[in-house]
Design a protein around this ligand. Structure first.
Ligand code: GAP
Length: 507
């Protein structure tokens, strides 16, 4: 459904949710900036995660409160940490270069188009999921065959399924000649940088591709400096960087993004119960912030999909959302994985701490490397899912569309409007705005007609508009206009603060 996605991207730019990074220079592929409304939305998501999960009052499968503490680690870590984690050796995608266009593609994203049942002497490549790219490849094929083709005449195959002979007749997505696509080669996704002034390989370092490793390398520090005991978790929210080969689908696959990760340390023999508990809990949480419908699903990985460290574990699942660009398929919002003791063991070995780094369980009087259940979520993908879920076309409204955020996630909780700019209405409105803004993101707007002000708030996804009108002057009440059904009710001005507290926290 590319049309809907185009509309969402346009609204995000128009209303200041998300802009292309460095737009005035033509943008930079795979990087995005959040505008005023987007910043509030993403902050609401991250704050809800921290409050509900890290500081929350969750009860674990053992009947005890779930204990989680936070860390805030550096983006650049000791380069050996990435050797230990496996990212230096293995964090790579198979890449294909086009010698003609100089473009680079992920091999597993490339498809080849040909005519069914014909021995081809040219095949035309396109990036899977790119409708425009497919249309271009089809035009090239029809031009080459000098006839038009019905949908049923088309044959598509993954680039990874072909050999050298067929590669020699493949025309790249942005090329005109055949045989310009290279064999797939591994390409490391970590951004490399230099620490210090001397340009020497010994000074190379990496921008972290996940926040998780900062947690693992601080495991011992946290145990030694706080009162946590297994089972407990360490949480971190922060930026991660991956030099994605084909960043695409708006913020979904970016080169700089934010993660919300927990490494939850458990006794090895309790992995099954904690994995099942986290799986259910994380799914419930995404539903609780407004992704309650059929667009959200939980998908357990097949055994052959699992990462090396997870093969023998309790399981790995993804919480997925049906984005307009994945529809009818789903895209990952969060992964929940039993990583066993892989990371703690790796860091113990590579740092030279060895078996001394094992955790001492006082209750059992034994030493072991705790196992880990890792719920790892993306703040940008979460924000994008909230935007897609909220987007509600409505031809009957002046704005033609409104954003149906839950009041808790909404960037602005209430608009405050004097109906006209006279008779003391602006003064009452401004007083109310000053009072409400101490607890909530609220906006005072006295410009243009009331219809236009409602329309602006509908596009921003503001759940309530509070209007001061002539009746306010007589009986001290104001009109509340509800965004979703446009219902109106009157409440006392001096109860508005209490009313808004309940309306925002109750949802
Ligand atoms: N520590 C485990 C880990 O990093 P991951 O599945 O690679 O696992 C976790 O990433 C989450 O981070 C994903 O579910 C997704 O929400 C987010 N994420 C990963 N790559 C991303 C990208 N290129 N752009 C935006 N978000 C991304």
């Amino acid at each position: 459904m590319p049309g809907k996605m185009d509309d969402i991207v346009a609204l995000c730019r128009r209303r200041g949710f998300i802009f292309q990074s460095s737009e005035i220079y033509g943008g930079i592929n795979g990087f995005w900036d959040y505008g005023p409304l987007g910043t509030e939305l993403k902050r609401n998501l991250k704050n809800a995660w921290w409050k509900d999960v890290v500081q929350g009052e969750l009860i674990g499968p053992d009947g005890n409160p779930v204990d989680i503490v936070g860390v805030d680690c550096t983006i650049i870590m000791h380069p050996r940490a990435w050797v230990a984690s496996g990212h230096v050796g293995g964090f790579s995608d198979p890449m294909v270069d086009c010698r003609e266009s100089k473009a680079r593609y992920r091999a597993d994203h490339l498809m080849l188009l040909g005519a069914r049942g014909e021995a081809a002497s040219q095949l035309f490549a396109f990036v899977s999921g790119d409708d425009k790219g497919l249309a271009t490849a089809r035009k090239k094929l029809e031009k080459y065959l000098k006839r038009s083709l019905a949908d049923g005449d088309l044959e598509m195959r993954p680039f990874t399924a072909i050999g050298a002979d067929e590669r020699a007749i493949a025309v790249g997505p942005d090329a005109t000649e055949k045989g310009t696509l290279t064999e797939p080669r591994q390409f490391n996704l970590m951004f490399k940088t230099l620490v210090g002034a001397v340009e020497d390989p010994s000074n190379y370092a990496y921008l972290r591709p996940e926040t998780a490793q900062g947690i693992f390398v601080n495991f011992q520090n946290v145990v030694d400096s706080s009162r946590v005991r297994v089972p407990f978790g360490i949480a971190q929210v922060g930026k991660a960087f991956r030099n994605e080969v084909t960043p695409r689908n708006f913020t979904f696959r970016s080169r700089e993004f934010e993660q919300m990760e927990i490494e939850f340390f458990i006794r090895p023999d309790s992995a099954n119960e904690w994995y099942a508990w986290w799986r259910a809990e994380r799914y419930r949480w995404w539903q609780s912030i407004g992704l309650a419908g059929a667009n959200l699903r939980l998908r357990e990985h097949d055994r052959d999909e699992l990462a090396h460290y997870a093969k023998a574990g309790a399981g790995v699942c993804d919480i997925e959302y049906k984005f307009p660009f994945t529809d009818p398929d789903f895209g990952e919002l969060e992964g929940v994985a039993h990583r066993a003791d892989f990371d703690l063991r790796q860091h113990a070995e590579h740092s030279g701490k060895g078996e001394k780094a094992r955790y001492f369980d006082q209750e059992r009087n034994e030493r072991y490397f705790p196992h880990v259940i890792e719920p790892s979520a993306g703040a940008d993908r979460g924000t994008l899912a909230l935007l897609c879920e909220a987007y509600t076309p409505d031809e009957s409204r002046a704005s033609k569309v409104f954003m149906k955020f839950s009041p808790r996630m909404a960037p602005i909780k209430a608009g405050i409007f004097p109906l006209v700019n006279k008779d003391g209405m602006p003064e009452i409105g401004e007083r109310l705005w000053r009072e409400l803004r101490t607890s909530h993101a609220v906006e005072f707007d006295e410009k243009q007609s009331i219809g236009k002000r409602y329309a602006r708030m509908d596009e921003a996804g503001t759940p309530f508009c509070l209007t001061i009108d002539s009746q306010t002057l007589q009986d001290g009440t104001l009109t509340v206009r509800h965004r979703d059904d446009q219902r109106q009710e009157r409440i006392a001005v001096d109860r508005a603060s209490e009313w808004l507290n309940t309306a925002v926290s109750g949802a």
